[in-house]
Design a protein around this ligand. Structure first.
Ligand code: ZN
Ligand code: ZN
Length: 314
């Protein structure tokens, strides 16, 4: 059995955001994902089918990461200085370098996983796999899809032409790009070494919003980027999206079944964020898996009238 790299109760060790992202996402092995899926399946039996599907997707992504072929992203020192002074992220999402060959292979694999394990995505997966192989129809322009998704452009045209919904294209597209994006983010992390933690509500690498935050061993609050999975330290109190620290605006709720999770909601900007105290988990923490197995908390937050920041089909 592998030594757990990040378990509650370990002596504190100062880790950079990129080191943490490596431990919790980028370098997680197929075995570790499989073990975590098994543990979570026992704790949240209602999620068993979803855990089966997503763990297979994450394992396919882990395998794909080892074969990524891409150029590093180079940032000019003068540009870097400017970004540091203005508290800007290192790049914008459209600057991620996607390895087209490995992304296409991975997309095909995820389509097949959807057919086998995800009833709601099965038809889209089958249609998309057909389009990728050019099966008697015009081949899907993956470059166009990837760049539109990264640029947050409307993909209705691509959806209409392919007969696959915007949501499904977003899911398959971002899932296929994830290994390339994460490899870029890990490489870009070296530029952040000398920079102070900004503690903002956006990712210091790519500027995207977090989809989860957590309290680490020492009680520091960290946010996980919804796009590149980078991890950064953020403010402990108040809303990280609108910076409000007014107690009147800040609320949280939790469910008795997952006392380690709290959903922080802000009345000032109307956003919410799921936060997990990893010191209370008693199991290995894999942000991506925890994110998809707490969708009931997202539903509750939305029922209360709060929204995920920058909610797009990701
Ligand atoms: Zn990011
Ligand atoms: Zn707010």
């Amino acid at each position: 059995m592998n030594q757990a790299p990040y378990t509650p109760g370990q002596p504190e060790k100062k880790r950079t955001g990129t080191e943490l992202a490596r431990e919790l996402t980028y370098d997680v092995t197929q075995d570790q994902i499989s073990q975590a899926a098994e543990t979570l399946g026992k704790i949240r039996p209602a999620y068993a089918p979803l855990i089966e599907f997503y763990s297979q997707v994450f394992m396919a992504q882990a395998l794909s990461r080892s074969g990524i072929n891409q150029e590093p992203i180079i940032i000019d020192p003068a540009v870097l200085e400017l970004k540091r002074e203005n508290e800007m992220p290192l790049i914008s999402p459209d600057q991620f370098n996607i390895d087209p060959a490995s992304a296409e292979t991975l997309m095909d694999k995820i389509c097949r996983l959807a057919v086998a394990h995800a009833p709601q995505l099965a038809q889209a997966g089958e249609d998309l796999a057909g389009l990728l192989s050019g099966n008697g129809k015009e081949k899907l322009d993956l470059d166009a899809l990837f760049s539109a998704l990264l640029d947050s452009r409307d993909i209705t045209g691509i959806a209409d032409q392919s007969g696959i919904s915007v949501e499904a294209l977003g899911f398959f597209g971002f899932s296929a790009m994830a290994p390339s994006i994460q490899a870029n983010a890990a490489q870009l992390g070296t530029y952040l070494k000398e920079m102070p933690e900004m503690g903002k509500g956006y990712c210091p690498v790519c500027g995207s919003q977090p989809d989860l935050s957590f309290l680490d061993d020492s009680g520091k609050r960290r946010a996980c980027c919804s796009l590149c999975s980078h991890i950064w330290e953020t403010r402990r109190m108040g809303c990280m999206f609108c910076d409000s620290t007014d107690r009147e605006d800040q609320h949280y709720f939790f469910s008795d079944e997952e006392p380690e999770f709290r959903v922080y909601c802000c009345d000032r900007c109307g956003h919410y964020l799921k936060t997990v105290d990893t010191r209370q988990m008693g199991r290995r923490f894999f942000p991506r898996l925890e994110q998809v197995t707490t969708l009931h908390l997202d539903i509750q937050a939305k029922e209360k009238g709060y929204e995920k920041p920058g909610e797009i089909s990701r």
